[in-house]
Design a protein around this ligand. Sequence first.
Ligand code: SF4
Length: 320
Amino acid sequence: MVSFALFEQCRHAMTTTKQRPASTKKEPSTRAKRTSRKGPPPLNAQEVLGALEGEYAPFPWEARYDATSEVVFTILSQHTSDRNSERAFARLMERFETFEELAAGDVQVIEECISIGGLAKIKAPRIKQVLNLIIERCGNLDLSFLREMPLDDAKKWLKELPGVGPKTAGIILCFSLGMPAMAVDTHIERVVKRLGLVGPKTTVEKAQDMLEEMVEDHQVYPLHVALITHGRQVCKAPRPLCPRCVLEERCPSRPGFEKQEALRVKKREAAVAAKKKAEAKVKAAASKKKLQASGSRARSVPAGRGQTGQGQTEQGREES
Ligand code: SF4
C-alpha cells in the first residue's frame, strides 16, 4: 500500500543527500555545440555545472514524493498552477486514505475533490485509469521496481502510461527513485538552448538524453537543480539578466541580448525625448494663444480711456 502521507512529508523537501544507484551509461560527453565562429567557445555541461555550483550549491538530494504520488500529482498539475494542483492533491488525500482506495474510487467523487485544480472531468478518469493500469501491470501500486531497471527501459515503461511524458518520467525517476534521469522543464530548456549545450530545435526528450550523456551520473540531479535555479533567477524569459550572469563571458546568446537591451534603451530614450518635445510644443502653443488673446483685448480698448462701449457712444454723440 502506498501512503499519501509520504507525499506530504516530501512535498517541498529537496535538502538532504541520498546515494544513487549505479548506471551502465557510457562516459559523459563534454562537447557543446559552437554557435558562433567568433569569441571564446561556449561552455560545456561540466563547466556550466561548475560555475552554477559556485553560485547556487549545495544541491542535496532527497526523495521528493513516492513514485505513485508523483504520477498522480503530475496529472493534477497539467494546465494549472502549482498552488491549485497542490490544493487538489491535498483534497484528494483527505478523501482517500490510500492510492488503492483512490484507484477503486468513484470518478465523480474524485472529480469533486480535484475540481479546484481545473479540468477535473478529464483528470479524474485519467487518474483512476493510470492507477488501475499500474495495478494491472504490477499487481500493486509500488513503482520502486523501476529503480532496478536500466534507465531507458524504466523511462519507456513510464511513458507508456497515459499522461506521462518524457519530463514526468524524468521527474519520477530522478526525484522519486534517485536514478540519473534528467527532467527538462521550460526553464532548463531555455537555459541550455541559450548556452548552446543543445541546438535551438532540439526536442525536450532529445535534450534530456543529451544532457544525461554530458555529465556523470551523480551530476545529473545537481545539473537539473542548477539549471532550473539559474533559469528562474537570472536567465529569465524573455529578458535574461546577462550582466548578473556568472556564465556571461562565454554565453553565445549574450551579445544578442545585449543588442536587444541597447535597442530597448534607445527606443525608451527616443520615446522620452518625443514626449518632452510634444509637451514643449503644447506649452508653446498655449502661451502663443495667451499672447494673442491679451493682444486682441489691448486693441479693443482705446488708449487712455477705459470707458465702456456705451460710454464712448454717448460721448461721441455729445461731441457731435
Ligand atoms: S549570459 Fe544571459 S543568456 Fe547567457 S546564460 Fe547568462 S543570463 Fe542566460
